[in-house]
Design a protein around this ligand. Structure first.
Ligand code: DOR
Ligand code: ZN
Length: 353
C-alpha cells in the first residue's frame, strides 16, 4: 500500500458478500460492483433460490454477461433442509463455487427456503467440514420472542457456538456482524472463524435509522444497533485483525419497495463503499489497515491469491457527492437509492489498473 496525504493506492479490493438479484436489476448493479472490486462472493437468495451447482453456474453466466473479464463472481449455494451431501461434494469440487449460505428460515429477504433447525443440517455441515467448503451464516435467530436488537447475540449463544464446538474444522464466516458480541465471538475463535462487516454498520447506529423520522434506506438486516456496537465494529475492522474483512451486503431493492408501509430490508452501497470506507478508516487513524480489510484478509481466508491490480483513491479538499440513485436497466421508472452515509466523504476512487 502506498499512501500520501491525498492519495491512497491499495491492492484492488474484493467484496465477500453481495446481492446481485437477476434480470434488469442484475444488469443495473453488476457494473457498479465490477467497477471497483476484482471479485465478489455472490449471495444465492434469488427467487427461487440457487440450490444446485447447475443453477449456480447458470447464474454465474448471467452475471458475467454484464461485466468485462476483469471481474470474477464467486458463487454460493443456498443451504436447505433437502440439500444433499452429494450436491455439496460436487460444489466443493467446482472452482467457481466458494461457499454455502445458511439462512435461518424467515430471518431475512427470500429466506423462506432456509433452515428451520440447524440440527437438521448437521450431516451437511459435517460434510463441509470434511471437504473444506466455507459456510457463510446469516447470524440471527427468528424466534418471535427474541427482540430484533438481540437476535444476533442470541444466535451466537444458541446456534453458532454449539456448531463451532461440535465442528471445529468447519470454516465459518459470520456474515455482516453488527454487535460487539459478534466481534468478541470471532476474536475468541480459531482461524476457521471469520466475519464480514458492511460499510453501513460502520457508519450508522439505530438513532440514524429512527430519530427524527424513519429512514427506510437505512433499514437492513441485521438491523443497525446502538452506538457502542458501531464503535466495537470500527475497532475490529481498523485493527488489521485478519479475521475481519469486507462484505458490503449491497442489497438492491427498488426505491418504491424501500419507501413503503412494509419496506424491504437492504442497503445498496456498491457504488460508494470504497469512498465511505476510506473516510471511516481515516477517521479512525487507520488508513494503513484499509488494504488488509478490503483486499487481503478475505482473500487469505478463502485461500485466494491476492489481486494484482490496484485501486487509487484521492482525497478532495471539499466533500464529494455521489449520484443518489441508479436507474434499473430497461425501466425508466424504477431506481435503486444509493446509500447516503449522512456524513461528509472526501474520498473518491480515481483509478484502477
Ligand atoms: O438487509 C438485508 N438485505 N439483509 C439480508 O440479510 C438480505 C438482504 C437482501 O437480500 O435484501
Ligand atoms: Zn446479505
Amino acid at each position: 500500500m502506498q499512501q500520501t496525504p491525498e492519495k491512497l493506492e491499495i491492492i484492488r479490493p474484493d467484496d465477500f458478500h453481495v446481492h446481485f438479484r437477476d434480470s434488469s436489476m442484475l444488469a443495473a448493479v453488476v457494473p457498479e460492483t465490477a467497477r471497483h472490486f476484482a471479485r465478489a462472493i455472490v449471495m444465492p437468495n434469488l427467487v427461487p433460490p440457487v440450490v444446485s451447482v447447475a443453477q449456480a453456474l447458470d447464474y454465474r453466466q448471467r452475471i458475467v454477461s454484464h461485466c468485462d473479464e476483469g471481474f470474477e463472481p464467486l458463487m454460493t449455494l443456498y443451504l436447505t433442509e433437502t440439500t444433499t451431501v452429494d450436491e455439496l461434494q460436487k460444489a466443493a469440487d467446482v472452482d467457481e463455487i466458494k461457499a454455502v449460505k445458511l439462512y435461518p428460515a424467515g430471518a431475512t429477504t427470500n429466506s423462506a427456503s432456509g433452515v428451520t433447525d440447524v440440527k437438521r443440517v448437521m450431516p451437511l455441515l459435517e460434510s463441509m467440514a470434511r471437504s473444506g467448503l466455507t459456510l457463510c451464516v446469516h447470524g440471527e435467530v427468528t424466534d418471535p420472542d427474541v427482540d430484533i436488537f438481540d437476535r444476533e447475540a442470541v444466535f451466537i449463544d444458541r446456534i453458532l457456538e454449539p456448531v463451532r464446538r461440535e465442528l471445529p474444522e468447519l470454516r465459518i464466516v459470520m456474515e455482516h456482524i453488527t454487535t460487539s458480541d459478534g466481534v468478541d465471538f470471532v476474536r475468541s475463535g480459531s482461524a476457521n472463524l471469520a466475519a464480514t462487516v458492511t460499510p453501513h454498520h460502520l457508519i450508522l447506529n439505530r438513532n440514524d435509522l429512527l430519530v427524527g423520522g424513519i429512514r427506510p434506506h437505512y433499514y437492513c438486516l441485521p438491523i443497525v444497533k446502538r452506538e457502542k456496537h458501531r464503535v466495537a465494529l470500527r475497532k475490529a475492522v481498523t485493527s488489521g485483525d485478519c479475521r475481519f474483512f469486507l462484505g458490503t451486503d449491497s442489497a438492491p431493492h427498488t426505491t418504491e419497495t424501500k419507501e413503503a408501509a412494509c419496506g424491504c430490508a437492504g442497503v445498496f452501497n456498491a457504488s460508494n463503499t470504497m469512498a465511505c470506507l476510506a473516510q471511516v478508516f481515516e477517521e479512525e487513524g487507520a488508513l494503513q489497515n484499509l488494504e488488509a480489510f478490503c483486499s487481503l484478509n478475505g482473500a487469505d481466508f478463502y485461500r485466494l491469491p491476492h489481486n494484482t491490480e490496484r485501486l487509487v483513491l484521492q482525497k478532495a479538499t471539499k466533500p464529494v457527492s455521489f449520484p443518489s440513485t441508479l436507474a434499473v436497466a430497461g425501466d425508466s421508472e424504477q431506481t435503486v437509492t444509493v446509500f447516503d452515509p449522512g456524513m461528509d466523504i472526501y474520498w473518491t476512487v480515481v483509478d484502477h489498473t
